[in-house]
Design a protein around this ligand. Structure first.
Ligand code: CP
Ligand code: NVA
Length: 302
């Protein structure tokens, strides 16, 4: 069987993503009810390459492997030859001859593509400058758990057209919902994704208009990892795109609020919203663990 990678949501079919979502829900219940999963990944190893910081992603993958009976290794560029310039192709060939799967968080998306092209083990994108598909697995599971099927519903993405926004466009196509994006001029998501999504995704310039009658409102930081120098200059342009109670009031009364975290209260979201009754950010963070266990089993246990 040929090796499967997970670099974007498009590496799975819509049916496979539904399966992963259901498994995520079942694994969550199994952990709570039985306390273990019977070690389906015994003796299997996940190499985790982090070229950017992480709390949720590292914890969730490492704990997922432990709870599935396997092992995870944290590799930072500071301590590996990757950081000293060993080619990605060579690193992929070597690491994938030993590890059963490789998870990578890095800058350029081409890094995970190159790695995957030379890897004999599944490669998982744990965030690049362009995409964050693992977060979407958790977001979709969270949304489903709270509100049921997402087909035909409306999501408002408010803020930067960044890696999360690009992944929401892919999600709109794969999970069959309508997406309204409100971002400042010059901070749009990938043009080719917008073109592929067609009428399913709408670009607007007003946060309140994007949120109107939405079932889910989502935002993310105004400056992502690697853009720290732009933090101050972006503030003024992004202030009209803050998710606050006025914006949430435009959405449906039962609308949920999500944020992949870490969040900057008082910037992209007010404390009132993220700490308020419509926010499901803690379930969303927890679901990284359950959704990624489902992904690991999908890639490794077939
Ligand atoms: N949401 C997310 O990926 O968080 P970390 O950067 O902490 O991994
Ligand atoms: N867009 C953010 C997401 C962090 C999980 C970043 O790339 O820094």
């Amino acid at each position: 069987m040929s090796v499967r990678h997970f670099l974007t949501l498009k590496d799975c079919t819509a049916d496979e993503l539904q399966l992963i979502l259901q498994w995520g829900i079942e694994l969550k219940a199994e952990l709570k009810n039985k306390g273990h999963h019977g070690d389906p990944l015994k003796n299997r190893s996940l190499a985790m390459i982090f070229e950017k910081a992480s709390t949720r992603t590292r914890l969730s993958f490492e704990i997922a492997m432990t709870q599935l009976g396997g092992h995870a290794l944290f590799l930072s560029p500071r301590d590996t030859q990757l950081g000293r310039g060993e080619p990605i192709e060579d690193s992929a060939r070597v690491i994938s001859r030993m590890a059963d799967a490789i998870m990578i968080r890095t800058f350029g998306h081409h890094v995970v593509e190159t790695f995957a092209a030379h890897s004999q083990a599944p490669v998982i994108n744990a965030l690049t400058d362009d995409y964050h598909p693992c977060q979407l697995l958790a977001d979709m599971q969270t949304w489903y758990e709270h509100r049921g099927p997402m087909a035909g519903k409306t999501v408002a993405w408010i803020g930067d057209g960044n890696n999360m926004c690009n992944s929401y466009i892919n999600a709109a196509m794969q999970y069959d919902f309508h997406l309204r994006i409100a971002c400042p001029e010059g901070f749009e998501p990938k043009a080719e994704l917008l073109a592929q999504a067609g009428e399913r995704v709408e670009l607007v310039r007003d946060a309140a208009a994007a949120a109107r009658d939405a079932d889910l409102v989502v935002t993310d930081v105004w400056a992502s990892m690697g853009q720290e120098d732009e933090q101050a200059s972006r503030r003024e342009k992004f202030l009209p795109f803050q998710v606050n109670s006025h914006v949430m009031a435009q959405a449906r009364p039962d609308a949920l609020f999500m944020h992949c975290l870490p969040a900057h209260r008082g910037e992209e979201v007010t404390a009132e919203v993220i700490d308020g009754p419509q926010s499901v950010v803690w379930d969303e963070a927890e679901n990284r663990l359950h959704a990624q266990k489902a992904l690991l089993l999908f890639l490794l246990h077939r």
